[in-house]
Structure formats: C-alpha cells, structure tokens
Design a binder for this molecule. Structure first.
Ligand code: 6SD
Length: 473
C-alpha cells in the first residue's frame, strides 16, 4: 500500500519510522511518503493560511495551496481498479473505527491531508469529491487536536497493522477488542501468578480450556457492561449463548424474546410499592407453570385467592422473606410487550418482568411461619443448625423467556437469603415442567423426592428439589 501525507510539519510523521510501521516500510509492504505543504506556497513567506471569510477567530488554510499539493500527490488518471482514498482528519468528520481501518486497509493508496489552524477551506474536499475521488473526512474521537498530524499517525498505525505481513502474529488480529464480537477484550495476565498480593483467577491455571474460554468471555462481558454500555445495547442477540445471557442479566441487561438486542433491566429487592405490579405479574406467569395439567378454573382460583397484592405487601414487610424483582428500565418495542393491549402510560407502576422469593422457615413472635410458605416435604430433611428456605419461586414474564433473567433472579435471591442465614433451599415444581427442572438443575438443585400440592382445591404432583449453599455450582 502507498501512503502519502501532506503537512506543514513533516517531522511529525517521523514516529512512523519506528516500530512495526517502519519495518513494514523497510520491507516494502508499506510505501510511505511525507510531503511539505509549504513547497506549494509561492510567496516570500510561503504562506499557507488566510483570515476566515465572514470573520471569526483564527486562520483557514488556503485552497489554492492545498489544490496544488494534492494535484501533485493524487494520481488523477490512475486505473479505475486502483482504489485511492483522500483522507482529511477533522474533528467534524465521521468517526474512524476499527471498521473504517479494515475498510481502508483494502485500498491501494491513501493520501492524508493534515490541516492546522481552523482547518482547510471546505471547497478542497468538495472539489476532489466532484472529480470522482473517494474523499473521507474522518475524526479519531470526540476531542480537539491542534492539527491533523497526530490523527494521521493514529489512522496509519491502525490501518498498517492490518496489512498482510505487517503484524508478526496475525493470530492476534482475530481475538482483539473491537473485533466482530462486539465486546471489549478480556483482561490478560502473565507470571508471576501472585504479584503484590494480587492473584489471578485459578481457572486460568487449570488447563481446562472450555472453562478458561467461559471465564474470559464472562470477564469480557463484565468489562464491556461497566465501561461501554453503548456496545452492550448494540450486541447482536444471535451471538449470545445461554451463559452469556445469564451473565448479562445479572449485570442489568436482558434479551427479550424475539428481540435482536439486550435491553436494560434492574434486579433489586421488592418494596411495598411493587405489590400491585407483582400481583399482575404473578397472575400472568403462574398459569405458565401448570396450565396443561391443572384446569383453568383451579388456576384462576389459586391466583385470585393467593397471588394478591396483599401477599406481596406482607412479603415485602417480612424480613424472613427475600423477594427480588426484575424491572424493565425502558419500555419494550410494542411487538415484544406482553401487555400490548394496555394504552401507553396506563400503568404508572414499575414494569416488572420477573420475580423470585425465598421464604425462610422460621416462626415469628406469634409462632407463625411466613405467609404462603408451603409445608416442608418429608424428603427435605434438615440437620441440626440448618436454616431452611423455600424458593417460591422464579416467575418470568413470557416476553423474557430465555433472557437470562431466570438464573440471574435465582442467584440474586439465593445469595440474599444465604446472607440471612438460609443454607438449605428447597422448591416444588410440577412433574411435567421439565423446562423448569432443567433450569433449577443448572442452578445447583437436585431432585430429592416428590410431593402432592394443592392448587385451588385440586391436587398437583410436584418434583421436590433441594440445594445446600456451597453445593452444586
Ligand atoms: C486543524 C485539525 C485536524 C485539527 C482533530 C481530529 C480529531 N479527532 N480531533 N481533532 C483535528 C484534525 C483537529 O486541523
């Protein structure tokens, strides 16, 4: 590739003679030429600037001087199959990204015109574009430099390292930040494994390549969430596996059913003012858990008698109950909203899409257990000193199936309950609900037995699953 740079400070570009760009130039992969703009100014003072027409601060670079310089450097009658691009660094250009670098690395020759002062007369890019030259006005970022030279150095380095033979190890091009994955690069470590009291994750030393890859991907996600939420909002959901989604959901991003991208959610402890929204959510999610096995009228009876706002109000006030909700922070596009019949702005309450509760088996002053707690099945044996909690349970709005919210809510509520002393969790879920059983298994639960459970007066058969803290995961 041939690169020509036009500038009033040719020495500025000498940094490119160092390091890999310089070596590429030595080897002939890169043919770099730097030209002094003042060679095309013909007055005594070699003037390249003049005052702005219409007034204002500073000076503007003269189009006649730039025209002569660029006419010299641009191969005007180059064969059409040779791609030549005129690049003008400017803070008002389109943003130069890795995609731009990849695109420009495919050109045969680049000409970079470095401005100074207030910039180059606007007719210069206009003129060359009208003569059929591909002109790109590019910004390397939202900050203002004194001239185009530093920006030119940045762009040349980013482009040159993509040229075949420039980078020693082309492998390192595959995995890097701002590649197609849409995530920042994972953090990297080398020996010593313990440095100034800082240890590296032992997984990296395990030799277990699948676990290493998973850990790194989780770290890349965590980093991107905290540093570049704009990139998370643009992730293509098709490239996110189940574990990616679970990780994202714990960090406040969930992928709704049928949505192409993650949306912001908040997983938080429920309060009294969530009661109405929780009852609504319970009414629309409870039937999913058992609709094919229990008659609709029994389900309806259970919902209207048990899953009422008063239950959630009591739970929010009871310190033996850990109640966690997932709240949508921005409305879903209407095609994905499950309550599509609601007029806009009708529900003033929080937009809840999931909840999970753990009820600690501990009598209050009056000797009463938490409201709604199920009798502990015989297959759940608690040894001395064990604190039992019923996971009762994880309900997710149909718009959020597979969004990662289920594992995120489960781990949040169990962590919270463990902090309140619970070390033996149990739950009951309908024998036919294999999807739920799989999800609980992934969360570290295992089957302990079965129970018969009364839903609105009708018996249902449940699988009972348990998990001790520190077990399973
Ligand atoms: C006057 C210039 C040319 C001045 C620049 C480019 C970016 N991203 N920030 N600042 C810049 C380029 C500033 O000539």
């Amino acid at each position: 590739m041939r690169i020509d740079v036009v500038t009033i400070f040719p020495d500025y570009l000498k940094v490119l003679d160092l390091s890999l760009v310089g070596r590429a130039a030595d080897r002939g992969t890169l043919d770099l030429h730097v030209h002094d703009l003042r060679d095309h100014a013909h007055d005594r003072h070699r003037t390249v600037d003049d005052t702005p027409l219409g007034g204002g601060a500073g000076m503007v670079m003269k189009p006649d001087v730039w025209g002569e310089a660029l006419d010299d450097v641009l191969a005007v009658d180059a064969p059409a199959e040779r791609r030549q691009v005129l690049i003008i660094p400017t803070p008002s250009g389109e943003v130069f990204t890795q995609r731009t670098a990849e695109d420009l690395a495919g050109a045969d020759s680049l000409v970079l015109a470095c401005g100074r002062y207030e910039g180059i007369d606007t007719r210069v890019p206009e003129h060359y574009a009208s003569r059929g030259i591909e002109v790109r006005e590019l910004s390397i970022g939202d900050y203002v430099l004194n001239g185009g030279e530093a920006a030119a150095v940045v762009m040349i380095e980013a482009i040159a390292r993509l040229l075949p033979g420039v980078l020693g190890n082309p492998e390192s091009l595959v995995e890097e930040s701002h590649g197609a994955a849409g995530l920042l690069e994972y953090p990297v470590y080398t020996r010593p494994t313990r440095w100034r009291d800082l240890e590296v994750d032992p997984v990296l030393l395990s030799g277990d390549h699948a676990r290493i890859a998973r850990t790194r991907r989780d770290q890349a996600i965590a980093r991107t969430v905290s540093r570049r939420p704009d990139m998370i909002a643009n992730l293509d959901a098709a490239h996110l596996d189940r574990e990616d989604r679970a990780m994202l959901a714990t960090m406040g991003w969930a992928v709704p059913v049928g949505a192409g991208r993650p949306v912001p959610v908040r997983i938080r402890a429920a309060t009294d003012s969530d009661a109405e929204a929780l009852a609504d959510l319970a009414a629309r999610t409870f039937p999913d858990a058992c609709e094919h096995v229990i008659a609709p009228e029994f389900i309806a009876k259970h919902v209207t008698t048990n899953l009422v706002p008063g239950l959630f109000r009591t739970w929010a006030a009871d310190d033996r109950v850990d109640l966690v909700v997932a709240e949508l922070l921005a409305p879903l596009p209407s095609s994905q909203a499950s309550s599509g019949t609601e007029p806009i702005g009708a529900s003033a309450g929080p937009d809840l899409v999931g909840y999970a509760a753990v009820l600690r088996e501990e009598p209050d002053a009056a000797g009463e257990l938490p409201r709604g707690i199920d009798p502990r099945p015989a297959c759940v044996q608690s040894r001395h000193g064990q604190v039992v909690g019923e996971l009762s349970k994880v309900y997710i709005d149909s718009s959020m199936r597979g969004s990662g919210l289920t594992p995120a809510l489960m781990s949040t509520v169990m962590q919270q309950a463990a902090g309140h002393g619970v070390n033996l969790f149990w739950l009951g879920t309908h024998v036919t609900n294999k999807r739920a059983q799989k999800a609980y298994k992934r969360a570290g639960f295992r089957q302990a037995g079965t129970r018969t459970y009364n839903v609105g007066g009708q018996d249902a058969h449940d699988v009972v699953m348990i998990r001790r803290t520190g077990e399973g995961l």
